[in-house]
Design a protein around this ligand. Structure first.
Ligand code: OAD
Length: 249
């Protein structure tokens, strides 16, 4: 399935970074954002996943996140998530950077995980002087109620701990993703259309810095040409193969 060069490079890698997008969760039943049936086609993203929408109608925005919580709650990691977690246990330095907010990597056992876009099971206070504005809290309620939820400490509005359109990513989170990317010698990008920065630039940065770069995606993307290998396969099939070929037996 993979070229011998890919397997040799992964086997000898001291530091590995895996970057994932919605496609890695597709085989668990999570809808992707773009393409047929994509979430951003079904919903007016700009009217729901923005700070302006939340300021205008927090209840409506929370109803959207309650819907997404309901969809995600029963879903489980797939073999792709588990293969990534297994790889982490075999590589000296390993960082998983995900654009996904669904928590499935953590459920599969990922430890050194950087969540670029937040996590749907966490909430934080919108009152900037409240201690809970910087420290997101876990909230597993399905649905969250009453709407909109309020902070126990200050009665401020709680919001999902998710990066919305038009918002900056947490600079510390970006810093740790880029640091790992620059330091790695093997980089895997799986299940992302590579349409959103800064994630889209990471595979190219890794390559520039001398890493071997592998893409796994059933479709070709804007990144494919620039990769050492680009495999057109689903991550739930390809990642277990990759693990087995490099570390199995
Ligand atoms: P997209 O929906 O843009 O892209 C999903 C990618 O997964 C596509 O390239 C598909 O070809 C691929 N794919 C589909 N099924 C797959 C499978 N079984 N195995 C592997 N790949 C598969 O999702 P992202 O690239 O993750 O941001 O989107 C990036 C960001 O855009 C999201 O995090 C979200 C969105 O706006 C925020 O919400 C902040």
């Amino acid at each position: 399935m993979f070229s011998p060069n890919t397997i040799t490079a992964l086997r000898s890698a001291r530091s590995v970074v895996v970057l994932t997008g919605a496609g890695v969760s597709a085989e668990s039943g999570v809808p992707t954002f773009r393409g047929a049936g994509g979430l951003w086609r079904t919903y007016q993203a700009t009217s729901l996943a923005t700070p302006e929408a939340f300021a205008r109608d927090p209840k409506l925005v929370w109803e959207f996140y309650n819907y997404r919580r309901e969809v995600l709650a029963p879903l489980e990691p797939n073999p792709g998530h588990y293969a990534i977690a297994a790889m982490e246990a075999r590589v000296p330095e390993f960082t998983l950077v995900t654009q996904n907010i669904d928590n499935l990597h953590r459920i599969a056992g990922a430890k050194n995980l950087v969540e670029l876009h937040g996590n749907i099971w966490r909430v934080r206070c919108t009152n900037s002087v409240c201690e809970h504005s910087a420290n997101a809290q876990e909230n597993r309620d399905v649905p969250v109620s009453p709407l909109p939820p309020r902070c126990d400490a200050c009665d401020g509005l709680l919001r999902p701990h998710i990066v919305w359109f038009g918002e900056m990513l947490d600079p510390d989170v970006i810093r740790s993703a880029l640091k790992a990317t620059q330091a790695c010698d093997f980089f895997i990008v799986a299940g992302t259309s590579a349409a959103v920065q800064p994630a889209a630039g990471m595979p190219l940065l890794a390559r520039q810095e001398g890493a071997y770069v592998l893409e796994i995606n059933p479709e070709r993307t804007d990144l494919s040409e620039a990769m050492n290998e680009s495999l057109q396969e689903t991550s739930g099939v390809a990642l277990p193969h990759l693990f087995e070929a490099a570390f199995g037996g």
